[in-house]
Design a protein around this ligand. Structure first.
Ligand code: UDP
Length: 238
């Protein structure tokens, strides 16, 4: 099979939880390294890579506010958590020879670059992996929305959302053995059925910008590069 890349530029979204391994919290360096290796394989295909990493392995705004914190403060803490994850991923990627830039929606000059759209585009053109940190920079949003926003701004052809399952099902495949996986599903159907792909604002933004979302399993044998070549199982929302 020819490994002709079908994509020129993509955004890869992974949740913070994907980085915690089996330890239930925080960062598990071997897991971060494994994902970094998958990203490297994608860059080796000549595809330009944007990344957004969540922060749920460290802090979630909603959880903080449920425990009595002010929502906006808790959300800023969640955004800071995504910066930690971005730095961990940057370190893992650079240690295997992949050039990266972390760009943050909340400027913190000593830690990473501020997000400036034209500069981020330039990094991609120079084949650097650009990791977008601190979400959208605004409370009440999620990193899924940040992923859709940045993918639109960077003119990505698709978002690849890595999850625990190999696509979108009509019911939870962990609860229901008869759950059916969709090959393809429309944005509206995801919203109507309230399927947990991304939050509603992220799905609506993707729909309005005609941005396909490919949901795949991070444990897939085909690997991320394989999924980009159309191998293995996944669901395309679009
Ligand atoms: N967050 C935010 N605005 C954003 C992105 C993230 O306030 O634009 C906060 C929010 O509190 C969220 C936390 O950062 O709970 C971590 O992000 P998310 O829950 O999306 O991470 P994931 O579930 O992907 O690990």
């Amino acid at each position: 099979k020819k490994s002709e890349p079908t994509y020129r530029r993509v955004l890869i979204k992974i949740s913070g939880e994907a980085l915690m391994g089996s330890q239930g919290f925080g960062l598990h360096p071997p897991t971060v390294e494994r994902i970094a290796g998958q990203i490297k394989n994608v860059t080796a295909m000549g595809v330009e890579v944007c990344m957004v990493i969540g922060g749920g392995n460290i802090f979630r705004g909603l959880q903080g506010s449920a425990q009595g914190m002010e929502r906006t403060t808790a959300d800023y803490m969640g955004m800071l958590a995504t910066v930690m994850n971005a730095l961990a991923m940057q370190g893992a990627l650079e240690s295997i020879g992949v050039f990266t830039r972390v760009v943050s929606a909340i400027p913190m000059d000593q830690v990473c670059e501020p997000y400036i759209r034209r500069r981020a585009v330039r990094h991609l053109e120079k084949k650097r992996v650009v990791i977008f940190a601190a979400g959208t920079g605004n409370p009440y949003f999620t990193t899924d929305t940040a992923a859709t926003l940045r993918a639109s701004e960077m003119s990505c052809e698709a978002i690849f959302k890595g999850t625990q399952v190999d696509g979108v099902y009509d019911s939870d495949p962990k609860q229901n053995p008869d759950a059916k996986r969709f090959e393809r599903i429309s944005y509206d159907e995801v919203l109507m059925r309230n399927l947990k792909v991304m939050d509603a604002s992220a799905i609506a933004l993707a729909r309005d910008n005609k941005l396909p979302i490919v949901v795949f399993s991070l444990a897939t044998e085909a690997g991320l590069a394989g999924v980009l070549r159309g191998e293995g199982q996944f669901t395309t929302v679009g």
